[in-house]
Design a binder for this molecule. Structure first.
Ligand SMILES: Nc1ncnc2c1ncn2[C@@H]1O[C@H](COP(=O)(O)OP(=O)(O)OP(=O)(O)O)[C@@H](O)[C@H]1O
Ligand SMILES: [Mg+2]
Length: 462
């Protein structure tokens, strides 16, 4: 049968786009990733020690990375920062102060950045939170991209060690969940090793990603197909949850954070046994972060059922709160339907709403934010993401604020401001999930915001 007109049109458009995209993506892949290096002062902040302590430690410790000279400063990349962290851990009384790694019996938190609305900074917030946890606590973060648009994947693809851009054959969450994207294969339970192979390396030490591409949308179709042929006892909302449980049981934390000291003197890694370091970075994950597609589908429902915590990024414009209510009620309905038939614990951790892209000069934004804070004080985070031109520029080339290096002084200021904002949001989320990891960035940021507001009000009154 000849192709219908829409089918033909989509086929032609798809071919053209593929050619256009290949050219556009070359640039992205050539770049080293992550590009940024951090000064000794910034490293001290991430390590939560004083600058004096760090410089002294650097001078006294064999194997301390040399870094690179930049002007009068020494700067360190993310791998070197991880090495410094590990050196501090092997010398420390409490190694977890430097590497907040999961203990063998700790559960694996699964944190979802979810909302039904598009463009609410889900992907950007997920990427920044993952990097915040890596930079500040040395956590081994597992990323999962649940969006066929694969924004999160683009934030981590490329670079020497990192994964390339996924092609249609690259395994995605659909494979991870055992939902085969092609043909009539039945559901197959993957073992822990196979599941682990679906995580691809990124340029960030200890951070791995199950990437997405357009085929990820097949997950939905496969669930519908398997609904009829479900293996006995298998529920349509448990594909991802069961897969994560299998992976997790096969990959428990084994290495203690101080446990990679080289036995005999100084090899290439100085006092660090580099092989054990590499094993420790890949043996398990301390947290999984999932970035959602803007939709409430059966596939996304599987993600919710697999999650211990939801972070809901939400913009504050016109009808946004109505969309949020639709999402909340839709999800609640689905959960109640499941809980009526199945006594499982869903979402045992903390959940929170994160206001995003807030424009301080926009009265409507502020009015909606204020209303939300008054009516849902326990459900909403006290910090929010401000609208920023600097991050919009970085997002254009799929870099986070922790990576992007602006060229001019003026732009650097805007980016520094956004980094402070990202640190505040990261701190607020982390403090809800792991209260002992609070760093005070959220409080400091809010104080600064309210001080600036008082200034504005005073100026307006004068
Ligand atoms: N704080 C901000 N200031 C200005 N622009 C922002 C900010 N946060 C996000 N953006 C812009 O909004 C757009 C959407 O961001 P992002 O991709 O993170 O949202 P999303 O919710 O994941 O979108 P989608 O629903 O398509 O998955 C991006 O182009 C980004 O540049
Ligand atoms: Mg997104």
């Amino acid at each position: 049968m000849a192709k219908g007109r829409l089918e033909q049109y989509l086929t032609d458009l798809s071919r053209g786009l593929e050619r256009a995209r290949l050219t556009a993506n070359q640039d992205l892949l050539l770049k080293a990733r992550p590009t940024r290096s951090y000064s000794m002062r910034q490293c001290a902040r991430y390590l939560n020690v004083s600058y004096q302590y760090l410089t002294k430690f650097a001078a006294q410790t064999a194997g301390f990375p040399p870094g690179q000279a930049k002007g009068r400063e020494r700067v360190f990349n993310t791998r070197e920062l991880m090495t410094i962290r590990m050196l501090m851990a092997i010398h420390a009384k409490r190694p977890r102060d430097y590497l907040a790694w999961r203990a063998p019996l700790d559960p694996l938190p699964v944190i979802s950045f979810a909302s039904q609305k598009g463009g609410t900074a889900k992907s950007l917030s997920a990427a920044h939170f993952a990097q915040y946890l890596s930079l500040n606590f040395g956590m081994r973060v597992g990323l999962m991209d649940a969006d066929p648009q694969h924004t999160l994947t683009l934030y981590f693809a490329g670079g020497e060690e990192g994964v390339g851009l996924p092609d249609p054959g690259t395994p995605t969450m659909v494979d991870f969940a055992g939902l085969y994207p092609n043909g009539d294969l039945p559901y197959t339970e993957n073992n822990g090793e196979t599941l682990d192979s679906f995580f691809q390396p990124t340029g960030w030490p200890g951070m791995r990603i199950v990437p997405a591409h357009s085929e990820t949308s097949e997950g939905e179709i496969q669930i519908a197909r398997l609904l009829r042929a479900n293996p006995p006892g298998k529920r349509f909302y448990r594909y991802l949850r069961d897969a994560i449980d299998i992976w997790s049981a096969a990959h428990p934390p084994r290495t203690e954070p101080g446990d990679f000291r080289a036995s005999a003197g100084t090899g290439q890694g100085g006092p660090l046994d580099l092989e054990r370091v590499q094993d420790a970075l890949t043996e398990t994950l301390d947290v999984i972060i999932i970035d959602y597609q803007p939709a409430l589908t059966l596939f996304q429902l599987n993600n919710v059922i697999a999650s211990s915590s939801l972070v809901i990024p939400q913009t504050m414009k016109g009808f946004d709160l109505a969309t949020l209510a639709t999402f909340t009620n839709g999800l609640l309905g689905m959960l109640q339907h499941i809980l009526a038939h199945d006594r499982i614990e869903i979402g045992a951790g903390e959940h929170m709403l994160l206001p995003t892209i807030v424009q301080r000069s926009n009265a409507q934004d502020i009015a909606q934010l204020t209303m939300l804070m008054e009516n849902c004080p326990g459900e909403i985070l006290p910090v929010f993401y401000l609208r920023s031109d600097a991050i919009a520029n970085a997002a254009d080339v799929y870099q986070s604020a922790y990576e992007y290096e602006p060229e001019t002084r003026g732009r650097r200021k805007g980016m520094d401001r956004f980094v402070d904002n990202a640190d505040a949001v990261g701190d607020a989320i982390a403090a809800r999930l792991w209260p002992h990891l609070a760093r005070g960035h959220a409080d400091a940021w809010m104080e600064a915001i309210y001080a600036a507001e008082d200034d504005d009000n005073r100026e307006a009154a004068e």
